[in-house]
Design a binder for this molecule. Structure first.
Ligand SMILES: NC(=O)c1ccc[n+]([C@@H]2O[C@H](COP(=O)([O-])OP(=O)(O)OC[C@H]3O[C@@H](n4cnc5c(N)ncnc54)[C@H](O)[C@@H]3O)[C@@H](O)[C@H]2O)c1
Length: 250
């Protein structure tokens, strides 16, 4: 399939996990990628993999916790590739702690990466996406659709991202712009492999949301992303697409 031939996609979190898988998938279907991350080494690996496969990618180190960096990332992507068709807000972080132990720094950082950055990147990208009848795909989480113990900041930020998606979708209902989100459950990536758990947590509570069918692969999320971001999904707008093995079915 060549659904992204001639299209330009800015993907955050492109150095690792889902962001890397999305970048590789869209590039394999013809997209020119502008890959954004704070991890320069991981970005270079993504860039090499895509270029080795004959794909088109440029990368830029931008810490998306700052609004100015979000604006700069969009401007640089448009400068590099001439336009913008897809914004993929994939970068995200999680930390586990009982609510009363969450530091102000962690609360603000988790919201800055998971919620503020998609908002500021969208603000900068929307004028460009309106020109191309493009679209935004936000990577939310099942944690944005249900309560999870010990992840108050993560749940709050992802629930915010779910309703940010819906708000931007309804606002643009009469334009060519589409806005959607994917809500994965557990996915085998660096995020889930390196997350640490403080002592004293109630594991019966964690097991309630640890997945009913094991972890998904990042490539599964990338496949759904590619469909939603493509013209095949021209009626998909304001959708929150769950890929969680059934955790949120109740
Ligand atoms: N892995 C899962 O189980 C899972 C489940 C649901 C949702 N998600 C979401 O999927 C998205 C991708 O996660 P992943 O599992 O691929 O994790 P990952 O850790 O493999 O990748 C996240 C990427 O975001 C980047 N990043 C973090 N802070 C940044 C910043 N300030 N500026 C720029 N880049 C930054 C990291 O460097 C990393 O490359 C996240 O939003 C995460 O919340 C993941």
């Amino acid at each position: 399939m060549n659904r992204f031939e001639g299209k330009v996609a800015l993907i955050t979190g492109a150095a690792s996990g889902i962001g890397r898988a999305v970048s590789e998938r869209l590039a394999s279907e013809g997209a020119a990628i502008y890959g954004v991350d704070i991890n320069a080494e991981g970005l270079a690996e993504t860039e090499a993999t895509i270029k080795d496969a004959g794909g088109k990618i440029q990368v830029g180190v931008h810490d998306v916790t700052h609004r100015a960096n979000c604006l700069d990332a969009v401007a640089t992507a448009v400068q590099a590739h001439g336009k913008l068709d897809v914004l993929g807000n994939v970068a995200g972080i999680v930390r586990f702690a009982p609510t009363t132990d969450v530091s102000e720094e962690d609360w603000r950082l988790i919201h800055a990466v998971n919620l503020d950055a998609p908002f500021f990147l969208s603000q900068a990208a929307i004028p460009r996406l309106l020109e191309t009848h493009g679209n935004i795909v936000n990577i939310a989480s099942n944690a944005g659709l249900m309560g999870q113990a010990y992840t108050a900041a993560y749940c709050s930020s992802k629930a915010g991202l779910v309703n940010l998606t819906r708000s931007m979708a309804i606002e643009h209902i009469n334009t060519g712009l589409r806005v959607n989100a994917i809500a994965p459950g557990g996915v085998a990536t660096t995020l889930t492999q390196t997350v640490s758990f403080p002592d004293g947590l109630d594991w019966d509570l964690i097991k309630r949301y640890s997945g009913l069918r094991g972890f998904s692969e990042a490539s599964e999320i990338a496949g759904a992303f590619a469909y939603i971001a493509s013209d095949e999904a021209k009626s998909v707008h304001g959708s929150i697409f769950s890929i969680d093995g059934g955790i949120t079915t109740g």
